[in-house]
Design a protein around this ligand. Structure first.
Ligand code: NAP
Length: 260
């Protein structure tokens, strides 16, 4: 299937590691231009050099998206370099375990703002450019917004708000034919997931217990499977899909847990 994404400029926040890295790589594989934003310069340089070796056009911006001014500056840099933005993938996030019992009003508020505000900020600053290209926005949320996880109030609240904003923006941006969708992963092995797993005393057993509950194939979703959905949604093949919450999770969130 030709997704017709050639030369389109796609911003991927947190696009140097984990799910974001897989999205950036797939964007480049389609002949589009990934602009990946992340804090860690080394990770950014590694990915950029690898793509350049494959003669693929790509750009890395080092930024901490928790700062609104950095979001604005990053978008400005993309426009200056490429003159257009065709897609925004809001992906950067961190399950920071700020619970109801373990957290505080201050840490809760910070966790929400760190996981949520840059989704709004990036969409806001990209809007003029997206209007010109009739571009698309994809918000990467999490199953925690639907199932809960326990011990992570800030992250879960931010992930839920991302789903609400997906519908809200889909409505507001209908008039520009800008489509807005959310992709919802559940269990994907990434650096973030590994860190979370290692917070348990028995990470291996914990992982086995989780994998047992994933109905389709009793396996984790791969980051490439998340990226495939994102690429489809970014493409014109998805031209009549907006305001949707798409679960790419092997049935983890919705299928009967009693299945063996
Ligand atoms: P990851 O391996 O930690 O990668 C996330 C990337 O985002 C990292 O490169 C990180 O940069 C970057 N990032 C985070 N906050 C940032 C900020 N404020 N400014 C700039 N960069 C920032 O995480 P992942 O597992 O791929 O998760 C990606 C998305 O999927 C997240 O939104 C997460 O909530 C969602 N998700 C993942 C899973 C899963 O099973 N993995 C499940 C549900 C939802 P640094 O290197 O600087 O930290």
């Amino acid at each position: 299937m030709d997704l017709k994404l050639k030369n389109k400029v796609i911003i991927v926040t947190g696009g140097t590691k984990g799910i974001g890295e897989a999205i950036s790589r797939e964007v480049a594989n389609e002949g589009a231009v990934p602009v990946f934003i992340g804090r860690n310069k080394e990770n950014g340089a590694l990915l950029l050099n690898d793509l350049k070796k494959q003669h693929k056009e790509a750009h890395y911006i080092q930024a901490n998206l928790n700062d609104t001014k950095s979001c604005k500056k990053a978008v400005k840099e993309v426009i200056k370099k490429y003159g257009r933005i065709d897609g925004l993938v809001n992906n950067a996030g961190k399950n920071d375990s700020i619970g109801l019992e373990s957290g505080s009003p201050e840490t809760f508020s910070k966790s929400i703002s760190n996981n949520l505000n840059h989704y709004y900020d990036m969409a806001h600053f990209c809007l003029d450019a997206l209007k010109k290209t009739k571009g698309s926005i994809i918000n990467i949320s999490s199953k925690t917004a639907i199932t809960g996880q326990g011990g992570t109030s800030g992250y879960a609240a931010a992930k839920g708000a991302q789903l609400a904003l997906t519908r809200e923006w889909a409505v507001e941006l209908l008039k520009y034919e800008i489509r807005v969708n959310a992709v919802i992963p559940a269990e994907v092995m990434t650096p973030l997931y590994e860190n979370w797993l290692n917070s348990f005393s028995n990470p291996k057993e914990k992982l086995n217990a989780i994998v047992e509950k994933i109905p389709l194939g009793k396996r984790m979703t791969t980051k490439e499977e998340i990226a495939s959905m994102v690429l489809f949604l970014l493409s014109e093949k998805a031209n009549h899909i907006t305001g949707q919450h798409l679960f790419v999770d092997g049935g983890y969130t919705h299928l009967d847990r009693g299945l063996s």
